[in-house]
Design a protein around this ligand. Structure first.
Ligand code: DAH
Length: 369
């Protein structure tokens, strides 16, 4: 506050001189114009229109003036404050518009850009099915064994009782490796049997061997040059064909439901003797379509049985090749293709759908972990 007024003329109060009020007004307006952002404008607003701003203080001086001088002084300060507030409001509108325009540019979303979020995949049913199969056997005490895809010819053929001149050897459409002697892309997982027997000091051996195998077939609706097999081998004292049959029955019941059993049909494989082809009861019609034209079954072509793969009692010659005494030990084995099993289990009509890896095929199988 200034000293007590000696005059009635507000001009004599320093803070209320018209030049001073105009200066304060112009200073405030210039400060607003100089503010380049809304934060700076806020600071200028506090400094020039706040309770402790020079114009507010000048306004307070009016109260101390003699009544005759109050009106003119009030008009002067009021006009200045009005101009300041107007300038402030205009500057705010301008700065807000600038900010909005900038944000629109900075935060613009180009909806035509490619979608960059990685789409969710699906585990391949071959994987989940093989895992489920492994679970069935590991629960019975089997271990999972794996072997290399590039295999020694001796392990893929010779040790399995398929010597160089054995006719079965030429039926397997083998891929041989260029510039490499005596190795092939394995034509079946049966070689893992030999690896497992050689690795074990002495039976018992109970292994289940999943793996990729290769044959020089064209890719079509029912063939693929790369496919998956599962091989099972049990070697122990006193194993018989009844153990093989019981194991197969347990496997199909676990995978396809109670009451689904198997049957064996005589067949020939060099590495098993006796050998058999194994069939399972059709899990869709359970045999009811046989001789029943009113109830045809697509899954088993109304035959009541579905062919699974080969099996038998391990040929003693195989045991001997692995240094195991066939008089003390016996064993059983079986092998089948997983793609084929997947095809009839889920009505997949074209093998290519399984191998092409299109997520539209895998997703409907769900996210089984
Ligand atoms: N290795 C045979 C194949 O690929 C399948 C097979 C048949 C495996 C009989 C076996 C068996 O273990 O006992 O065609």
């Amino acid at each position: 506050m200034s000293a007590p007024n000696k005059s009635y003329d507000p001009v004599e109060v320093e803070a209320l001189k018209p030049e001073e009020i105009e200066r304060l007004r112009d200073e405030a307006i210039a400060a607003f114009a100089a503010a380049t952002g809304l934060d700076a404008l806020h600071e200028a607003k506090v400094a020039h229109t706040g309770d402790r701003s020079p114009l507010a203080l000048a306004n307070r001086e009016i109260g101390a003036l003699p009544p005759a001088a109050k009106a003119a002084a009030g008009k002067l300060v009021g006009a200045a404050r009005g101009a300041v507030n107007k300038a402030l409001a205009e500057r705010r509108v301008a700065l807000e518009a600038e900010r909005d325009a900038r944000v629109l540019v900075e935060e613009a979303v180009d909806v035509t850009l490619p979608y960059d979020r990685a789409p969710r995949g699906g585990r391949h049913p071959l994987t989940t099915f093989a895992e489920r199969l492994m679970d069935v056997f590991t629960a019975m005490g089997y271990s999972v064994a794996e072997g290399p895809e590039v295999e020694a010819e001796w392990l893929n053929f010779d040790a399995l009782n398929m010597g160089p001149d054995h006719p079965a050897r030429s039926t397997q459409d083998t891929f041989f490796l260029k510039d490499a002697d005596s190795v092939v892309l394995r034509t079946h997982t049966s070689g893992v049997q030999i690896r497992s027997l050689l690795a074990a000091a002495e039976p018992p051996v109970y292994v289940i061997c999943p793996g990729r195998v290769f044959r020089s077939d064209e890719l079509d609706a029912t063939h693929t040059p790369v496919f998956n097999q599962v091989e099972l081998l049990a070697v122990d004292e006193g194993l018989t064909m009844a153990d093989l049959k019981g194991t197969l029955d347990h496997m199909v019941a676990s995978l396809f439901g109670e009451g689904i059993s198997t049957r064996l049909r005589p067949n020939y494989f060099p590495f098993t003797e006796p050998s058999a082809e194994m069939d399972m009861v059709c899990f869709v019609c359970r045999g009811e379509s046989v001789g029943n034209p009113d109830r045809p079954c697509r899954t088993c072509s109304s035959e009541g049985w579905i062919e699974l793969g080969g099996c038998g009692m391990v040929n003693p010659r195989v045991l001997v090749a692995c240094g195991i005494d066939p008089n003390k030990y016996s064993g059983f084995a079986f092998g089948f293709g997983i793609e084929r099993m997947l095809m009839f289990r889920h009505n997949v009509e074209d093998m290519r759908d399984i191998v092409e890896g299109d997520v539209r095929f895998t997703l409907p199988f769900g996210m089984e972990i």
